[in-house]
Design a protein. Structure first.
Length: 545
């Protein structure tokens, strides 16, 4: 777990065009994020003594690469047990590398204030290497700037393994009276085994009052265990109940489930498929293909794709999903995503060196994991419409599905809330054991549209923030399990389909989205993903009172 931030400072961020939005393909680098199985750029460098800062003057980043204050030693298990490329260096060398790398590849490099790398720690310096400009809705233009321990990143993206309980929480208040509810649980995780379910409210941890209590050491220790095998007792109330039940959980390495549910709902006007898709990771490719194969065999007439908590990932997987929704006739020869880098790189991808050609809708598998070989023909539903369930956690590669399909005139009906607004991506970059993620490109669809920095909003949403898309604003319904046809968003999609496009009425008391419907930072709301979404800081710490 990343342990560097308090709960109140958790950032809402997400592409992961890995060619992120988010991609990464070992060897062929189809989506761009990984080369030979590790973050791009890992050649060794000789120590450099020229670490004098001169504002506006930048040396090639390779001059400083892999010059580490604390070089890694031993074999690199993610690179065929080859030695690490690190050599003895310094904090200054690591910072000068980040400065030059940012100037070369950052999409808004000319909006970064040039500051002396010798004056900061590496973590603090990296936080300065981004724009401070705002979107049209007056949100931070770059809300997607972060770093992660390289070993943790590679473990998560190659094997889908993360650390924690396997549950995601939503906070509408992180100070007394606190309200933390479970919004999702990973199958076979400690939370699932203990019986934790969506909608449950935390009332106590290890006997300490969670809602109004002040023993933050105990509460934070339970929220953010520091080692595998830590056992904590959570007192929880089921949704709509007033009595608490105790659940004991031990932290563990949790294997995420990117596709959690695939089902068919029969209606008078035909069968409707449902897929709950949570992350565009490497293992997700095989799981997603299996889900579409099941729905293809069932002959569904429509699809509800639940992306409400999908923070992004591999852009190539998004391109595969777009093909499997729309089919060969609609996608053949069409652009799914066109990369646009900064004005220093107008003809070639600066990381791969490849010409800047459009990313297609992929009709064949790319082989991101051993579970699915490359070049296998993908199934397809051949639909001209798709229902997508969304919240502000619908981000990056998930938004690329929305935008890519709209670019070829597939009707997207958005049910839920405004998406996060990330038409940007990056190539994860390792240096000295930390992988850095900084916005390096934007993306446009086949019509050349890619300007949605404030997200996509359902068309009937009061005061929509983002680009409006046909659909219905519906709050996330924590009273029912995901995949239940009576759960608020899913039910609204089925009703919209059955009634020829009518949305359910918006309750008067909810004339605008509540904190619980998204990351409403100005009102204190947070979505907290304890294991699956490291783009949010996985360490959940209550702020001092």
């Amino acid at each position: 777990m990343n342990t560097t931030a308090l709960l109140k400072t958790v950032a809402s961020f997400s592409i992961t065009t890995f060619l992120v939005a988010c991609g990464g393909s070992s060897n062929n680098n189809t989506d761009g994020s990984l080369i030979d199985g590790r973050p791009s750029g890992s050649s060794p460098s000789a120590p450099n003594d020229n670490l004098t800062f001169q504002a506006g003057t930048f040396v090639n980043s390779d001059t400083f690469k892999n010059q580490c204050e604390s070089p890694r030693t031993g074999p690199d298990r993610f690179n065929n047990n080859q030695p690490f490329p690190d050599v003895q260096g310094s904090v200054a060398a690591e910072n000068f590398y980040l400065r030059s790398w940012t100037n070369e590849l950052y999409l808004w490099y000319d909006e970064v204030e040039d500051q002396d790398p010798n004056l900061f720690s590496t973590a603090d310096y990296f936080e300065l290497l981004k724009t401070n400009e705002l979107t049209p809705a007056q949100r931070p233009k770059d809300n997607f700037h972060f770093s992660e321990n390289t070993e943790q990143y590679l473990t998560r993206t190659t094997a889908g393994v993360t650390f924690g309980y396997g549950m995601s929480l939503r906070s509408t208040s992180n100070s007394p009276p606190r309200e933390f509810r479970v919004i999702d649980v990973i199958p076979n995780s400690p939370a699932a085994t203990a019986g934790i379910q969506r909608g449950m409210l935390i009332t106590a941890i290890d006997g300490e009052d969670f809602i109004n209590g002040g023993n933050l050491d105990v509460l934070n220790a339970g929220l953010s265990p520091r080692a595998v095998g830590e056992s904590h007792v959570f007192s929880m109330q089921r949704f709509g109940e007033t009595t608490s039940t105790n659940f004991t959980m031990s932290s563990a390495n949790v294997v995420s489930t990117p596709v959690k549910d695939t089902r068919v709902v029969s209606t008078p006007t035909g069968d409707v498929g449902y897929i709950h898709f949570n992350a565009h990771t490497r293992p997700s490719e095989a799981a997603l293909v299996n889900a579409f194969e099941q729905l293809e065999a069932e002959g569904v007439n429509d699809l509800v794709l639940d992306l409400r908590y999908n923070g992004g990932g591999l852009l190539a997987v998004a391109g595969e999903a777009g093909y499997m929704i729309a089919g060969a006739a609609a996608t053949g020869g069409e652009t799914f995503y066109q990369l646009v880098f900064n004005d220093k790189h107008t003809e070639r991808d600066p990381v791969t060196g490849n010409p800047l050609t459009p990313t297609p809708f992929f009709s064949r598998s790319l082989g991101f994991s051993d579970a699915l070989p490359a070049n296998r023909q993908l199934p397809t539903l051949n639909l001209n419409r798709v229902y997508i369930l969304s919240t502000e956690r619908t981000c990056s590669a998930s938004e690329a599905i929305i935008n890519g399909l709209r670019g070829i005139d597939i009707e997207v009906v958005l049910i839920g809330g405004t998406t996060c607004g990330k038409p940007y991506g990056f190539y994860p970059q390792d240096n000295c054991g930390t992988t850095y993620f900084t916005v390096q490109f934007s993306g446009a669809n086949a019509k050349g549209f890619g300007e949605y920095p404030d997200g996509f909003s359902p068309s009937n949403m009061p005061n929509p923030r983002g680009v409006t898309v046909n659909g219905c604003w519906v709050e996330d319904d924590l009273s029912r399990l995901l995949g239940d046809p009576e759960e608020g968003m899913f039910a609204a999609a089925l009703s919209h389909r059955a009634t020829g496009g009518q949305c359910p009425p918006i309750p008067q008391q909810n004339s605008k989205p509540s904190v619980a419907s998204g990351l409403q930072k100005t009102r204190g709301g947070q979505d907290i993903f304890l294991t699956e979404y490291p783009e949010l800081n996985n360490t959940i710490m209550l702020p001092p009172q």
